[in-house]
Ligand binder design. Structure first.
Ligand code: FAD
Length: 254
């Protein structure tokens, strides 16, 4: 792989091209490492596709693909599936021409200054922030649905195994509060703080406690003793708007 020409982007916006690239990578590359998906990995896959079909704010052709995958998976009653059968449904555009998940990766806000930086892991975080926000907007009765689907997908399939292990420990040690949007935001900030200055950090995209005071001044408070405190109500409002489906930009889509 070679570095593609840089795609200029607005660093305070979410791009559908990143989300579709994430789905492409997850469903066609990451899952393809598993010839057979069985036992303890099958439910995580069913739940992941289930929350995507329910909450992913995608284009109609992409939603058609996710819905076909979801109904096919929910109908599988044996305790294993072959990845090649899953892929057949994923790529079966012959039967319905209005069903397609675009192929290939076109990273935009998740571009890295080098090929080994950012990209899919950045897309995965973005995807799950968007899903928690969509679930909240839909007033999902089960607040844990998206966090658990994320945790279980990462645990079963995420290619970076030590990331999956760290994430598992974090999730286990965290209070899974009944507010999923803020929960994922604060877990992500804990990961940012651990990875700040690490080798995996893109020097052009330093890890920060997000959002910065520039992006959301009202999210930050300072106590009389000079200690930093988040204003969680304002942070929630910021997240609901930042990751909202109606603000996702369609630039660079195929
Ligand atoms: P990312 O952290 O990927 O964030 C993507 C975008 O989300 C940012 O550009 C920003 O716009 C936004 N954002 C940042 N913080 C927040 C927040 N708190 N709330 C909402 N939005 C935010 N890498 C390792 O080296 N070791 C690990 O153990 C590891 N564990 C990981 C576990 C998981 C579950 C995932 C998905 C990734 C993990 N990674 C790990 C990768 C790492 O977290 C980053 O994704 C990667 O380094 C790319 O960083 P980034 O600069 O693109 O920003």
């Amino acid at each position: 792989k070679t570095q593609e020409p840089w795609r200029p982007f607005n660093s305070s916006r979410v791009y559908m091209a990143d989300l579709e690239s994430t789905l492409h990578y997850s469903l066609r590359v990451e899952l393809a490492a598993h010839t057979v998906i069985k036992g303890r990995a099958l439910n995580p896959l069913k739940n992941y596709i289930g929350v995507l079909a329910k909450y992913f704010p995608g284009r109609p052709i992409v939603m058609n693909t996710l819905n076909s995958l979801n109904s096919w998976l929910q109908n599988q009653s044996q305790d294993e599936i072959l990845y090649k059968d899953f892929k057949e449904i994923l790529d079966n555009t012959a039967q319905s021409p209005d069903t397609a998940l675009p192929r290939g990766e076109r990273w935009v806000a998740c571009q890295g200054s080098q090929l080994h930086f950012r990209r899919y892991p950045c897309g995965m975080w973005t995807l799950f922030h968007v899903l928690t926000v969509e679930a909240k907007k839909a007033e999902a009765s089960n607040q844990l649905e998206v966090p658990l689907a994320m945790r279980n997908y990462i645990h079963a399939f995420f290619g970076c195994r030590y990331c999956a292990e760290h994430f598992d420990n974090l999730v286990r040690g965290s209070l899974l509060e009944n507010e999923a949007v803020l929960w994922l935001w604060s877990i992500h900030n804990e990961v940012n703080s651990r990875l700040s200055g690490a080798l995996s950090e893109d020097p052009n995209f330093p890890k920060i406690q997000w959002p910065s005071p520039d992006m959301c001044p009202e999210c930050h408070n300072v106590t009389k003793r000079g200690e930093h405190r988040w204003n969680k109500d304002k942070a929630l409002r910021f997240l609901l708007s930042y990751f909202s489906s109606n603000r996702i930009l369609p630039d660079y889509l195929e």
